[in-house]
Design a protein around this ligand. Structure first.
Ligand SMILES: Cc1cc2nc3c(=O)[nH]c(=O)nc-3n(C[C@H](O)[C@H](O)[C@H](O)COP(=O)(O)O)c2cc1C
Length: 248
């Protein structure tokens, strides 16, 4: 499945508006429901659940459906959501279903909790057409690789991983490379308009998305690696989340 996901790096984009009209089919909905169990977690011990609802039951304005995401609140649960939901976004892109992570949308009051867990975020989706997606990741605006990577090596990994999506396109991450190690940090900046709790809530998800991109790239280059995960406490501007040891 990682190969399918990797191939979607060029194609994926956020659909900030959706025209309406095209429908996700019944068989596609079954495939999506079936795919929830195939998403690989970053943290095995955190329970996560997904629920597809009509988008019009939420506060968001566009799209046919919303995939509501619920999670237990354990250390790194937000990074775990980022890591898992990004797989879903890539899977939907492969089906020509346009998506948008929606941090500001709220579900209906009765959907605020599910299976004993709180709502965390939603992914909006609507059937689209291949021509509506990107032809190349380079159409997206991102910081250059030398702005998100320090140290020697792993240039080809940074060159692709930098295209990971993030809330408000903040790209709050840093790769530090040393020998056969890649250390991934959440690197936030305080924003006058945003409360720290809100900022760090989304940026912990963002860095989970970024670790998923790093791993897709390592696997694509047939790199054998082990990952050590650290707890991002969400307190400091820069916190280590993962260290990769690359063995070949
Ligand atoms: C955690 C998260 C929350 C987001 N929330 C919103 C949102 O509320 N509204 C919106 O229009 N886009 C939202 N986005 C989409 C980002 O704006 C988008 O990913 C970023 O600008 C990069 O563009 P791209 O996804 O087209 O490459 C969100 C993305 C992430 C990862």
């Amino acid at each position: 499945m990682f190969n399918v996901y990797y191939d979607m790096i060029n194609k994926r984009k956020s659909f900030h508006t959706m025209p309406g009209g095209k429908k996700v089919s019944g068989p596609e909905l079954n495939m999506i429901n079936g795919h929830f169990d195939r998403l690989v977690p970053l943290c095995d011990d955190i329970k996560v659940a997904f629920k597809i609802v009509q988008r019009r039951t939420t506060t968001w304005k566009w799209g046919e459906y919303a995939i509501l995401v619920y999670s237990e609140k354990k250390p790194n649960y937000l990074a775990n959501i980022g890591y898992m939901v990004q797989q879903l976004e890539m899977f939907l892109t492969a089906l020509d279903i346009g998506t948008c992570w929606c941090g500001i949308g709220r579900p209906a009051p009765e959907d605020e909790t599910y299976e004993g867990m709180d709502f965390a975020i939603m992914l909006i989706m609507e059937k689209s057409e291949e021509g509506e997606f990107r032809k190349s990741m380079h159409e997206a605006k991102r910081r250059e690789a030398d702005k998100i990577k320090k140290g020697e090596g792993f240039d080809s990994i940074a060159e692709v991983a930098r295209f990971a999506p993030s809330a408000v396109n903040f790209q709050p991450w840093l790769m530090e490379c040393e020998g056969n190690k890649i250390r991934v940090y959440r690197k936030s900046m305080r924003m006058a308009k945003l409360k720290w709790d809100t900022l760090v809530f989304f940026q912990q998800m963002d860095v989970g998305i970024f670790t998923f991109f790093i791993e897709m790239c390592l696997k694509h280059e047939n790199k054998d690696f082990t990952r050590t995960l650290f707890v991002d406490r969400g307190e400091d501007l820069k916190e280590l989340i993962a260290e990769y040891t690359v063995n070949n």
